[in-house]
Design a binder for this molecule. Structure first.
Ligand SMILES: [Zn+2]
Length: 166
């Protein structure tokens, strides 16, 4: 959104958080978390990323960025209990296996009254063998699906499974 800065953090080749920006701390506080720098810096990313589905997707994205040395950007749903939110996410290679993440809120709309969990989208199946995810018009690799903005969902909506071909 105009007038506020994206949340940035960098992970090293071993997926440890090596730096974050001021917006990171502000975003944490807005979400009811007030960490100190020693609670975050040097810690594994996996201490903060919850859920098998999202960890699986992150690993795929890290692999792709490190292998190809190219930026990935996509939009993802990141709802709070009171707001429907879409965030723009970018992963950039930062040298020696490091990856720089930038996340910024693209849109934020207050839900009138209705608590979010009751209006969740159906979960999407992600095959852990071939790493393809079930989209509206068939299965495709999850990183391709994200980049093509074919997933109208948050990471929490991903269900790890095995597809019919695997
Ligand atoms: Zn499969």
């Amino acid at each position: 959104m105009p007038g506020h800065s994206p949340t940035l953090y960098v992970i090293d080749a071993a997926n440890r958080i090596s730096s974050v920006n001021d917006a990171f701390w502000h975003f944490a506080e807005r979400n009811g978390w007030s960490p100190k720098s020693q609670d975050v810096l040097g810690h594994s990313l996996w201490e903060f990323v919850g859920g098998d589905g999202i960890c699986f997707v992150y690993r795929r994205l890290h692999d792709r960025v490190r292998r190809k040395g190219l930026q990935i950007s996509f939009a993802a749903r990141c709802d709070s209990p009171t707001h429907k939110r879409t965030i723009g996410v970018a992963l950039l290679p930062a040298g020696e296996g490091a990856i720089r993440f930038a996340a910024d809120i693209e849109s934020e709309v207050a839900w009138p009254g209705t608590p979010l969990p009751t209006i969740k989208a159906p979960r999407r199946r992600l095959c852990t063998k071939c790493t393809e995810i079930e989209c509206k018009d068939g299965w495709m690799p999850v990183d391709e699906a994200l980049i093509a903005n074919r997933l109208e969902l948050g990471f929490d909506d991903i269900q790890l499974d095995v597809c019919g071909r695997c």
